[in-house]
Write a protein that binds this ligand. Structure first.
Ligand code: AMP
Length: 456
């Protein structure tokens, strides 16, 4: 869960990177940073927190140059700290190199252990630093060869940006788990995690970075390399369900359209007599619209979200019930009172938020609360870059749908089926759905151990 952006050949590279990161804030809120270069020197600014808080006009002015890469972080490997904020830079035999990474490597610890035993020193706990070490240790003479050499040794999900004084280089793992797209703004090429960044910058979306492609952009133009053997694609299905912005075009489709279809499919699989459909904002909104369109049940905004909730808030000493959820969402009594409502969300992870929201809807006077979820039960953790708790914290790994219904106190509960999900997404066999099925496309020994059935 991270967002990355790279800008080439633009006089305001760092300003565009900042705006691109702003549009991809949903991909990570822990830390953010930009490194820019003018072809001779580098300038860097990083900080903990949101893009709008970390960057100011003054510090963007301190990032001159025509090339920049930027990052927003939500940690899935390594702790949340300044040390782990990206992009980061190294100096090695070929000069300076900066990196920004979205994804998660599954064999980073193993490689790191070997490197450390051989005397390597690490500055962070990020798996991305392993990639840089392997580049520095490679015997290849050219940078592209070294990057390919490094990436051949790592396993997992990576959408990457590298930058030196002369080149911006993008790389995507052969299964293309995480998104990465190429755009153009006049003479400038832009690479981003999501196309919503192009819309803000008024850049044209050209294409996705291909699975296993390394794309180098320099004054000479753009050049593609395909150094890895082809693998079966495994795009992250959860990007479609929850993570990506609905206005982005991803894996060939607008995310919003996919979510509407998920809602329609959910309605076909789990219809119910009700007076209104209510989304849990924002994650359930497009699927709720799809559900309403399919069933003809009116759609209402029964829950209102406060969009300005930060990370921390000072709770009063006298306890307020369900404080954490209430500060973010509030139910409109006049809409909900005495009504039979179908509440739509994208997923249930631990079940704690859903339980609190349903209690809130009941407290607002709902007569019946039916919950519909636009993904199958989340039964397995993700090892490829989505932040999920360990298996024994996932309620679906140890409880039946009926147990979960009771726990969240719903009158009925329905999840979209695995087949329904596939059908709604278009029927292609190019997605990773391991969080629902446990079919991990990239395996490693720890997965088998970690995914023993939860002991309850
Ligand atoms: P829970 O109370 O743990 O079941 O949380 C369910 C809510 O978390 C749903 O509204 C989802 O939209 C949201 N959600 C699902 N996956 C994630 C994730 N990886 N990070 C943050 N929120 C998530």
């Amino acid at each position: 869960m991270c967002g990355i952006i790279g800008i080439s050949n633009h006089p305001e590279a760092s300003n565009l990177a900042y705006l691109g990161l702003y549009s991809m804030q949903h991909r990570g809120q822990e830390s953010t940073g930009i490194i820019a270069t003018n072809g001779k020197q580098y300038a860097i600014h990083k900080g903990m927190g949101l893009v709008a808080d970390v960057f100011s006009e003054a510090n963007i002015a301190q990032l001159p140059g025509t090339q920049a890469i930027g990052h927003v972080r939500y940690s899935t490997a390594g702790s949340s700290s300044m040390q782990n904020a990206q992009p980061f830079m190294i100096n090695f035999s070929l000069g300076t190199l900066a990196i920004a990474h979205n994804g998660n490597l599954v064999n980073a610890e193993e490689i790191k252990r070997k490197l450390v035993n051989n005397g390597s020193i690490f500055q962070s706990s990020m798996d991305s630093e392993v990639i840089m070490h392997l580049i520095a240790c490679s015997r290849e003479s050219e940078l592209i060869g070294r990057i390919a050499d490094s990436l051949k040794q790592v396993k997992g999900a990576y959408s990457l940006l590298f930058m030196n004084e002369h080149q911006l280089i993008a790389a995507r793992d052969p299964r293309a788990v995480r998104p990465l797209v190429l755009g153009k703004l006049k003479d400038s090429y832009i690479i981003a995690s999501e196309t919503c960044a192009f819309d803000l910058l008024e850049a044209e979306f050209i294409r996705e970075i291909e699975p296993g492609e390394i794309l180098a952009i320099s004054e000479k133009g753009i050049k593609s390399y395909f150094p890895f053997p082809a693998k079966k694609m495994a795009h992250c299905i959860f990007e479609y369900i929850y993570f990506a912005r609905p206005d982005s075009i991803m894996f060939g489709e607008t995310v919003y359209d996919v979510r509407i279809r998920l809602g329609r499919q959910l309605a076909r699989e789990h219809p119910v007599e009700a007076d209104m459909v209510i989304p849990i904002p924002d994650s359930g909104t497009p699927a709720a619209l799809g559900y309403a369109k399919e069933t003809g049940i009116p759609w209402e905004l029964g829950l209102i979200r406060n969009h300005y909730v930060g990370r921390t808030f000072i709770e009063p000493q006298s306890s307020i019930r369900h404080f954490g959820v209430k500060i973010k969402l509030n139910a409109i009594k006049s809409v909900i009172k005495d009504k039979r409502v179908v509440v739509i969300d994208d997923s249930i992870v631990r079940g704690t938020t859903s339980r609190k929201i349903i209690k809130m809807i009941r407290a607002a006077g709902a007569r019946e609360v039916h919950v519909r979820i636009s993904s199958p039960p989340t039964d397995f953790p993700c090892y490829y870059g989505i932040d999920t708790p360990s298996r024994n914290e996932l309620i679906a790994s140890s409880h039946t749908v009926e147990d979960i219904r009771k726990y969240i106190t719903a009158d009925s509960l329905g999840y979209i089926s695995s087949n329904g999900l596939k059908q709604a997404i278009g029927g292609q066999d190019c997605f990773c759905d391991a969080c629902f099925t446990g079919n991990y496309p990239i395996t490693f020994p720890a997965i088998e151990q970690a995914n023993q059935p939860a002991l309850f």
